[in-house]
Design a protein around this ligand. Structure first.
Ligand code: ADP
Ligand code: ASP
Ligand code: MG
Length: 407
């Protein structure tokens, strides 16, 4: 079998953990498998590099950020190869570029354009374990790029697709995908399986156990993968296409996203084209907008409305600069940035066939005295924005109501 195994930051946090990874890889290879290993930077390294850059400039140049961040993974691939050599296992490390990962040129959030795994294939043929740096690629012009935070997941899944791997395993520091972040909700349970769509929603809504773009990719190319622990041999969670019995569960999971910020434009003139103008400018800067809420205006003489939306926290400064630049043209009164929000979401394909889920969510939050600032829904999820200080309490209360008590 050809197996792709990805190990996240905590799984390679120090030489002991790397040895532990090498032992597992060696075991799979000894069973006759071809193994491709994808590793992240050692835990904390990427954050540290970002912190240092921000000490030098509040908005560091994005090409240079990629140059900087790619070093994290480059350290780990070499150490992992060295660990395997120490166990007499033939192994070789490759950067993303050497592994044939070609991306577009959107620095710090590049998309994979194509993968040519010729080199990986031939090294596997030679009997080597191939260790690929996660999170990074290269443009057609040879510029180093990175794939967005958590992007090693994407490297693993994209490689599994390109290599037509028989198995794709994502090793992390928890036993699988839980009904909520086990660090925040003590009652959280490990799921044995979850659909791509549910995983995609949870990932996009703050459950950082999988990068959401990697799940999108897996769904598109039908890559079935398992999320499991690098610290034990317990079976993990299988992520795959939805099966009919999955709809019998109303809510699969709950998540809390603390990484969003809210921008409110106060007293925006209520006329056609304003929203288009605002969001075009934001999109042109590659800033993702998530929730958008706009009120209807009541004053017919001078129609004006408030417009609120959320962006990823790291993009807040970039977004507020863009908005400030539009002030003269659009003529809103003021822009308010608020970093103290949390987005709580419940997700489940069963919502399609079970009414009353939203009502129950709002009742649960009301009973706990938690105020809702924004609401958005889709077919299989409901999200609410609450005050950040209430976020974890909200998560636990909602998890209890939907996933611990029956009914
Ligand atoms: P890695 O470094 O292996 O990529 P991450 O830190 O990116 O690991 O993701 C694993 C973490 O995701 C866990 O430690 C856990 O705290 C968090 N997490 C958030 N939501 C969930 C969830 N629903 N199920 C499992 N883990 C979750
Ligand atoms: N090291 C990168 C990050 O911290 C990529 C990853 O861990 O997947 O975001
Ligand atoms: Mg991760």
């Amino acid at each position: 079998m050809l197996i792709v195994q990805k190990f996240g930051g905590t799984s390679v946090a120090n030489p002991d953990r790397i040895k532990n990874v090498a032992r597992r890889v060696a075991r799979y290879r000894a069973e006759g498998n071809q193994v491709v290993v994808v590793v992240s930077a050692m835990s904390g390294v990427t954050d540290n590099l970002i912190k240092m850059a921000r000490e030098l400039a509040p908005l560091p140049n994005e090409r240079e950020m990629d140059m900087l961040l790619a070093t994290g993974e480059q350290t780990t691939i070499a150490l992992t190869a060295i660990a395997l050599h120490g166990m007499d296992v033939p192994a070789i490390s490759l950067t993303g570029a050497q592994a044939g990962i070609v991306t577009d040129g959107v620095h710090t959030k590049a998309r994979i354009a194509n993968i040519t795994p010729k080199k990986v294939h031939s090294l596997l043929q030679e009997g080597k374990v191939v260790i690929v740096a996660g999170f990074q690629g290269q443009t057609d012009e040879g510029q180093i790029t990175t794939l967005g935070r958590g992007g090693s997941d994407l490297t693993a899944i994209a490689l599994a697709a390109a290599l037509k791997a028989d198995l794709c395993q994502i090793y992390t520091d928890v036993d699988g995908v839980y009904t909520a972040d086990p660090r925040l909700a003590p009652g959280a349970r490990k799921l044995s399986e979850i659909s791509y769509d549910e995983m995609l929603e949870l990932a996009g809504l703050g459950a950082k156990v999988m990068q959401s773009r990697s799940v999108e990719f897996a769904k598109k190319f039908g890559v079935v993968f398992e999320v499991r622990s690098s610290l034990n041999d317990n079976p993990g969670t299988i992520v795959k296409e939805e099966t009919p019995n999955m709809e019998s569960v109303v809510i699969r999971g709950v998540s809390l996203d603390k990484n969003q910020a809210k921008i409110t434009l106060v007293a925006v003139p209520d006329r056609p084209g304003v929203a288009a103008h605002v969001f075009k400018a934001i999109a042109d800067a590659s800033v993702n907008v998530d929730m958008i809420v706009q009120n209807i205006s009541h004053n017919a003489d001078a129609p004006a409305t408030d417009l609120s939306f959320t962006v990823d926290k790291p993009d807040l400064l970039k977004a507020t600069r863009i908005i400030d630049g539009l002030k003269g043209k659009i003529g809103f009164r003021q822009a308010i940035a608020d970093e103290n929000i949390g987005k709580l979401s419940i997700v489940g394909v069963g919502m399609r066939s079970h009414p009353g889920v939203a009502a129950k969510l709002f009742e649960t939050l009301a009973a706990a005295g938690i105020n809702i600032q924004m609401i958005s829904t889709s077919e299989i999820k409901i999200s609410v924005v609450v005050d950040l200080t209430k976020g974890e309490q909200a998560l636990r209360t909602v998890h209890e109501a939907f996933l611990e008590k029956q009914g």
